[in-house]
Design a protein around this ligand. Structure first.
Ligand code: ADP
Ligand code: ZN
Ligand code: ZN
Length: 802
């Protein structure tokens, strides 16, 4: 037997399959998708089995093939589907297959770990094999490998006498806890009669026998005030036993989930539901765009269609952006589907993630809820894929391998013949355009459930505020609105754009913000040494006294960090309880959840925070949402900046008045006439879409054209220029004259970490020869990178132009 193995060497020369001979003793255990150890040159390295066959490459002499040394897995971690996916993705996004395979697998698998077999019953197992297990019934994998026992073990794995457990290294290991149970050697009633004169021991024993069906930890007993001495006495007498119990790291294990009833759908919801269910039942791989304002009941539609998928015994995958993956969201899914839900997000430890992954792989969880990378969850029979907040840029991984979860999901929906649902209140222009053209099917939920009014939105012109002499960061309107809410004991959310984090300098008369001369990025103000500094290239200057643009003297520090806003806020509203949410206050695990819980319970009057509060927050008592600085995102040098502003403001505004009480939103801005801000006020996605499409058409941007961005960088400017011209020329040679090849020009961030950066941008509609050109460039610059650190980054469908 021959295994085609893709190996773990990050060099283009080895991004294809190598043939290895499978030794006889490994033939029964090796499977496609497993990780193996193989000799490579003078080393041994890890690889993945892509194919098993009896046929070697015809030009190879079988006798010269090297042998597979070791099989790492008992069950394949990669499905054949994921293997195919890596092939497809690698080609169209110029990404090495090995990198795709690695990004698919949970990080825990990269750590050192040990596999252990556990003997559950000796009955049918031959004594020779039983002897391999230690007194606790454990047998380490490594040894099994060497003496060929694995072949003997495998039949008992399927019949259950032996089970396989992965024990990961220390930091990702399974948690065990000291636990206590009654000994099985004695009859419970007899023991109880004997213990009648000793009430403490009697109670303990009675409790443990009642709780025999579950793990009772020593800690728990102590917390219940059972005495240590009774525990010890009973243990000594052999009536009870201490042991190490493996506890699954369910991050939600302390919570009890009340089962939630499903709701009767509204007419709009029902219509969407019916369409989707039709596709589920017919196994169509339609893509639906579910366009519904915040609070229109999209999530309820997801939940009920997933229910349908489970009824027909298939599986469901739901993606949400990392910051929207709030405990509230998870709880909602757990309430509906209980243990069948696997949760995958970066807040989990490696071990926790791996546990969740295994639940999916082994079919114990049929629903996953997770962030971007959970799009690779190893489901075998998907009935639906859902991407909530489909417009979010975080679905694109910006680091290599650059992949977009939406592309992967589309591929998987075709593979599984199941519908893909893209949900959003503010769809990406690309998706909405596809829906308009009938490529996607549009489903609309135009109203909030129970027809609650959308919040009333006011726009405050901060330039006028200044004209009236108000120099604080709170407009009079916002200040009064806050005051009223505080008096009525209603809650307030104040939103600060992330870029407002760093302090920078702004002219309050003309809006001018000093930029770094090299990087086209706002300079950050450092109070400590009174300097303006560029965070990308290190450039420094003294802050100007007069605005370089209009000579006003009202140029000073704004965009203060959340902490400073909190101070100012507290000064204005002395009695208000403020909860601040930013990276500082939420870095500890569980802190995010605790702060939100506190706010939900009414422990705070004002929730102040960044992007992370823009999503998912759903409390009945919030009647005011204030946006302190709506402009920062509008000023980014990116063709999507209007779209992003519209999306973010709509999202934030949606936090107000989601329940009985009416909501109000106040947006403070220096650009009150900008269409992105105006259309948010009217809650008019259609109008915004048409205006923005016009700009895109004029500028030849997506969705009218596809983009690929090439970034060339090196410390030596001359080399960058030469290479950029070369890239430009290669593209010109390969592409038709309908494509535009722009540049080379300095990247918006011209220099990062001393490396100069130039870009070439192509805009095209259809280019049959494109992928050959990309592959050629990728190979060519891969060699140059290895030799000389001259790097070419190819970003297909870029989400950020920096
Ligand atoms: P979205 O995901 O579009 O923001 P949700 O599904 O979260 O909307 O629904 C908003 C609120 O309305 C939630 O509190 C939800 O429980 C409730 N809800 C959704 N659908 C219904 C329905 N058909 N009947 C009653 N309440 C509903
Ligand atoms: Zn700079
Ligand atoms: Zn000015």
């Amino acid at each position: 037997m021959i295994a085609k193995v893709i190996v773990d060497v990050p060099s283009k020369n080895v991004d294809y399959n190598f043939d290895y001979l499978v030794p006889r003793n490994l033939e029964r255990m090796i499977q496609v998708g497993m990780r193996v150890v193989v000799p490579f040159g003078s080393r041994t390295i890890q690889g993945y089995v892509m194919e098993l066959t009896d046929q070697a490459n015809s030009d190879l002499d079988m006798s010269k093939l090297k042998e597979v040394i070791e099989v790492r897995d008992i069950k394949p971690e990669l499905t054949t589907e994921l293997i195919e996916l890596s092939k497809w993705y690698g080609k169209y996004h110029v990404t090495k297959r090995i990198s795709m395979l690695e990004v698919m697998l949970p990080a825990a698998l990269k750590a050192k770990y040990t596999k252990i077999f556990k003997l559950n019953s000796k009955e049918n197992v031959p004594p020779k094999l039983v002897n391999r297990f230690d007194s606790k019934g454990n047998y380490e994998y490594k040894m099994a490998q060497k003496n060929n026992d694995l072949n003997d073990i495998i039949p008992f794995l399927s019949s259950g006498e032996i089970t396989e457990e992965t024990l990961l290294s220390q930091n990702v290991g399974k948690k065990t806890q000291r636990a206590v149970k009654v000994s099985e050697l004695y009859d419970v009633d007899t023991v109880l009669t004997e213990l009648e004169g000793k009430p403490k021991q009697y109670d303990l024993y009675a409790y443990l026998s009642d709780e025999r069906h579950r793990v009772v930890t020593l800690k728990e007993l102590q917390e219940m005030d059972f005495s240590i001495s009774s525990i010890n006495t009973l243990t000594r007498n052999g009536l009870i036993e201490k042991y190490d119990a493996v506890v699954e790291r369910d991050p939600f294990d302390t919570r009890v989930f009340e089962k939630e009833r499903k709701r009767d759908l509204t007419e709009d919801q029902q219509q969407a539901y019916n369409q989707i269910v039709k596709s589920i039942d017919n196994r169509d791989y339609n893509t639906y765009l579910l366009h519904g304002v915040t609070g229109s009941g999209k999530t309820e539609v997801y939940l009920q269609t997933i229910e349908r998928v489970l009824e027909v015994d298939r599986q469901a995958m739901m993606l949400v952006p990392e910051i929207a993956l709030t405990p509230q969201m998870v709880v909602r899914f757990k309430r509906r589907f209980g243990d069948e839900v696997a949760v995958l997000h970066s807040g989990l430890s490696k071990g926790e993630r791996y546990d969740e992954w295994q639940k999916i792989r082994d079919g114990r969880a049929r629903v996953s809820v997770g962030a971007r990378s959970s799009v690779f969850a190893p489901f075998k029979d998907l009935g639906i894929i859902i991407i909530d907040e489909e417009h979010e840029s975080s679905y694109k991984q910006e680091d290599y391998p650059r992949y977009h979860a939406r592309d992967v999901a589309e591929w998987r929906s075709r593979y599984h013949q199941c519908p893909l649902i893209l949900g959003s209140a503010t769809p990406s222009l690309e998706s909405y355009a596809r829906a308009s053209k009938g490529v996607y099917e549009l489903l609309s939920l135009p109203n909030r459930v129970n027809n609650q009014a959308l919040p009333h939105i006011d726009i405050v012109d901060m330039r006028e505020e200044l004209g009236t002499g108000n120099r604080s960061m709170f407009s009079n309107e916002l200040r009064e609105a806050i005051q009223t809410r505080l008096e009525n004991k209603e809650q307030i959310v104040l939103f600060l754009n992330r870029r407002g984090y760093a302090s920078f300098i702004l002219c309050r008369d003309c809006g001018h913000v000093p930029q770094c001369p090299h990087c086209d990025i706002s300079l950050t103000y450092h109070k400590a040494n009174d300097q303006l500094k560029c965070h990308y290239c290190g450039y420094q200057e003294r802050p100007p006294v007069l605005c370089p643009n209009c000579e006003s003297e009202h140029i000073r520090q704004v965009g203060t960090g959340t902490q400073r806003v909190e101070e100012l806020l507290q000064r204005e509203f002395e009695d208000a309880n403020i909860i601040r949410m930013d990276v500082d206050t939420t870095s500890r695990k569980g802190a995010h959840e605790k702060l939100l819980n506190d706010f939900g319970k009414g422990k705070g009057d004002i929730l102040l925070g960044t992007q992370m509060i823009a999503k998912g927050l759903d409390f009945p008592n919030i009647t005011l949402v204030g946006v302190l600085n709506a402009d920062t995102m509008l000023n980014l040098p990116d063709f999507r900046s209007s779209e992003r502003t519209y999306q973010l403001l709509t999202q934030v505004a949606g936090r107000a008045g989601r329940h009985e009480k009416e909501g109000r939103v106040i947006i403070q801005t220096y650009n009150p006439d900008h269409y992105a801000i105006q259309d948010v006020q009217q809650n008019d996605y259609e109008t915004f879409y048409h205006k923005e499409m016009n700009y895109r058409k004029m500028g030849k941007y997506p969705p009218y054209y596809f983009l690929i961005n090439f970034t060339i960088s090196h410390e030596n400017m001359k080399k960058v220029l030469e290479a950029s011209k070369h890239v430009h020329q290669v593209l010109l040679n390969h592409l038709s004259d309908k494509a535009l090849v722009l540049g080379p020009s300095p990247a918006p961030l011209t220099r990062i970490n001393n490396a100069f950066r130039f870009q070439v941008l192509i805009k095209y509609k259809s280019e049959p020869d494109l992928y050959r050109a990309l592959q050629y460039l990728d190979d060519y610059y891969h060699d140059l990178y290895l030799k000389d650190k001259l790097s070419l980054k190819i970003d297909v469908n870029p989400q950020m132009m920096m």
